[in-house]
Design a protein around this ligand. Structure first.
Ligand code: KG4
Ligand code: ZN
Length: 342
């Protein structure tokens, strides 16, 4: 089965073609980062309009790049939640209409299930069961994954998501949006011994996260060291970036270890934008090897939003005869644990 995947839940337009026999044939991504950069965050209406502009050209590009005729496509998978309602509506209406015109089935995909399954696109995919660490701009969750669609939430953030915390800390240091990669880059210049930021909620049992206290701590540290221009000097900014990132990744690593011990699993799959963080990958791989567990993640371009993960996840559901009725229903909020198992 050959599936066209379409992702428009936030600020990236992703399009891909996945073939159940041949694997991923091609993908294209258009990032709206420049559109939103001057506002320091995603402006929903601008995101929707940009998806309208980019979808058709990207679909044509992917078809051409993979030498696919429109008649080679057997089904369409699209993100129908969670995400920005306008952005989701653009992708869903586009995908559902195209499927109707081509007389093929369409399936709506849960964005986080797409992230969770993205490591399956790699040469050495993880096998079930595993603990998934989902760390994106909107989610920080630990999930017990028994098979596709069999998800049990083990713990999540009580306030900000990890990616959101990175983005907010970056703003405090006047770094570009999106903040995660910017903080990670600056942290490389930081002095590891200068500051030690608190590791939230590690002293109590459980698998919940909280990043809002760390955010306030970061803000206070920035304020304490600021100069006339409102910012600390360059080295201090780097030292703060290091301490902030270290606090986030160490906290996540402690909870991941706990989740593996609790479930008895020996595989951790990390997914979502923050799983592109080099320090987080290193730390998890190192710490979890000590308890005999292995860590899997997707290549960088498939950690952040993309069409390939949606084509893959949709294909699995289509192969199990799941598909969408003609009406378009998007779900800006959508609990992944309510999905039907395959
Ligand atoms: O999964 P994603 O592309 O979109 C959502 O579904 O939210 O995740 C985007 C988030 C942003 O908050 C961004 O700052 C963060 O992932 N991010 C990173 C890195 N790359 C992206 N955070 C830390 N380190 C990175 N290298
Ligand atoms: Zn995402």
């Amino acid at each position: 089965m050959r599936v066209l995947g379409i992702e428009t839940s936030c600020d990236e337009t992703g399009v891909a073609i996945y073939d159940s026999n041949l694997g991923l044939l091609g993908h294209r991504l258009y990032s709206q980062v420049k559109v939103h950069a001057e506002y320091g965050g995603v402006v929903p209406e601008l995101a929707s309009r940009d998806h309208v502009r980019k979808l058709l050209p990207l679909v044509n590009e992917v078809l051409a790049a993979t030498n696919s005729a429109t008649t080679d496509i057997d089904a369409i998978a699209f993100t129908n939640g969670p995400g920005l309602i306008g952005a989701l509506m653009v992708g869903a209406c586009f995908a559902r209409s195209l499927a109707y015109a081509w007389n093929i089935p369409a399936v709506g995909v849960h964005h986080m299930e797409g992230h969770l399954l993205a490591p399956m696109l790699e040469d050495n995919p993880p096998s079930f069961p595993f603990v998934a660490l989902l760390v994106s701009g909107g989610h920080t969750q630990l999930v017990d994954v028994r098979s596709i669609g069999e998800y049990q939430l083990l713990g999540e953030s009580l306030d900000d998501a990890a990616g959101e915390a990175f983005d907010k800390a970056a703003k405090m240091l006047d770094l570009d949006y999106p903040g995660g990669p910017a903080i990670a880059k600056l942290a490389e210049l930081g002095n590891p011994d200068r500051f030690k930021f608190p590791r939230p909620m590690v002293d109590r049992p459980g698998l919940e996260f909280s990043f809002s206290g760390l955010k306030t701590y970061t803000l206070n540290t920035v304020a304490e060291h600021k100069q006339e221009n409102g910012l600390p000097d360059d080295q201090t900014c780097a030292d703060i970036a290091f301490a902030f990132q270290e606090a986030v990744v160490q906290t996540i690593a402690i909870k991941c270890k706990r989740a593996l011990e609790q479930t008895g699993y020996t595989t951790l799959v990390m997914a979502g934008g923050v799983s592109a963080n080099k320090r987080l990958r290193e730390l998890l791989t190192h710490n979890l090897a000590k308890i005999g567990a292995s860590v899997f993640y997707a290549r960088n371009e498939f950690c952040t939003d993309n069409g390939a993960m949606i084509a893959y996840a949709g294909c699995q559901r289509l192969l199990n005869n799941q598909q969408e009725p003609l009406g378009v229903t998007v779900r800006p909020r959508w609990d992944m644990t309510t999905l039907a198992p395959l």
